[in-house]
Design a protein around this ligand. Structure first.
Ligand SMILES: C[S@@+](CC[C@H](N)C(=O)[O-])C[C@H]1O[C@@H](n2cnc3c(N)ncnc32)[C@H](O)[C@@H]1O
Length: 243
């Protein structure tokens, strides 16, 4: 089985934006979400995007007026983001999200960790450590937004474990999910057409089955309160604020 970093470096990074349904679609959803949450930065406000990927949160946050620190350990995705930030205040950094405080020179007005990034962490202890660092790094009045899929309440069975993600005439991306007690063993399957033949590549990794009640408890234990919660297309988004 691959580590999450190897999975993104060797397999997923190059097709990630395509499986999102193209960058523009994902970007637009975040523009709408941030408008609904009424994010209104003042001059010089700083946002941190943990697990930024190709930037579908970083770009709309910078367009709103934040100075964005965008962190991801997949160089291909950081390079893709760097190619779309012309004129925007985004600093892309290739590093582990756990190291984000090393790249911050002041407290953050906003920290986001969205698109299921939290469940990619290696274990629950690491999630706790990251949440503590996030809560310490936010200024009073600042917010933290996380978004994860629900891997707890709904457990697919049989054929429902095979998820068609995206296809065109040259490639097909399918995901197979094998639920275990604490983790989901994810298998990403990419069929690509080469001449008259289809070639199949598979890469697998683990996602944590985190529940939002547990995450919210950790946030409140670290001094934040829950401000907003929404569920769209199976993605649970929670906003917390430091008093
Ligand atoms: C599912 S993608 C989400 C990307 C983006 N936020 C979005 O909504 O499309 C998860 C991202 O987190 C990154 N990632 C996962 N674990 C990480 C870690 N420990 N440190 C840095 N990046 C990490 C991956 O490289 C990937 O880009």
């Amino acid at each position: 089985m691959e580590t999450v970093k190897d999975h993104y470096d060797k397999f997923l990074g190059e097709v990630y934006s395509w499986i999102l349904g193209d960058f523009e679609t994902a970007y637009r959803k975040n523009v709408d979400l941030f408008a609904r949450l009424k994010l209104a930065p003042e001059q010089g406000n700083c946002a941190v995007d943990l697990g930024c990927g190709p930037g579908c949160q970083s770009v709309p946050l910078a367009e709103l007026g934040y100075d964005v620190l965008a962190i991801d350990f997949c160089q291909a995705l950081i390079d893709e983001l760097a190619g779309r930030i012309d004129g925007l205040s985004v600093k892309p950094v290739c590093d582990d999200v756990l190291n984000f405080p090393d790249h911050l020179s002041r407290q953050a007005d906003l920290i986001v960790c969205m698109g299921d990034t939290l469940v990619h962490l290696p274990d629950r202890k690491t999630v706790q450590i990251l949440i503590r660092k996030i809560c310490d790094a936010i200024r009073p009045g600042g917010r933290f937004i996380y978004a994860i899929r629900d891997y707890v309440d709904y457990v697919p069975q049989g054929a429902d474990r095979f998820i068609p993600i995206r296809s065109n005439e040259n490639q097909i991306f399918t995901c197979f999910l094998d639920y275990r007690d604490d983790v989901v063993h994810v298998h990403d399957v990419l069929h690509q057409k080469q001449g008259d033949e289809w070639r199949m590549k598979i890469s697998d990794y683990l996602k944590l089955r985190l529940d939002t009640a547990g995450l919210d408890e950790q946030l409140t234990a670290n001094g934040l309160f829950i401000l907003d919660r929404s569920v769209v297309d199976g993605m649970i988004t929670v906003t917390a604020q430091k008093p």
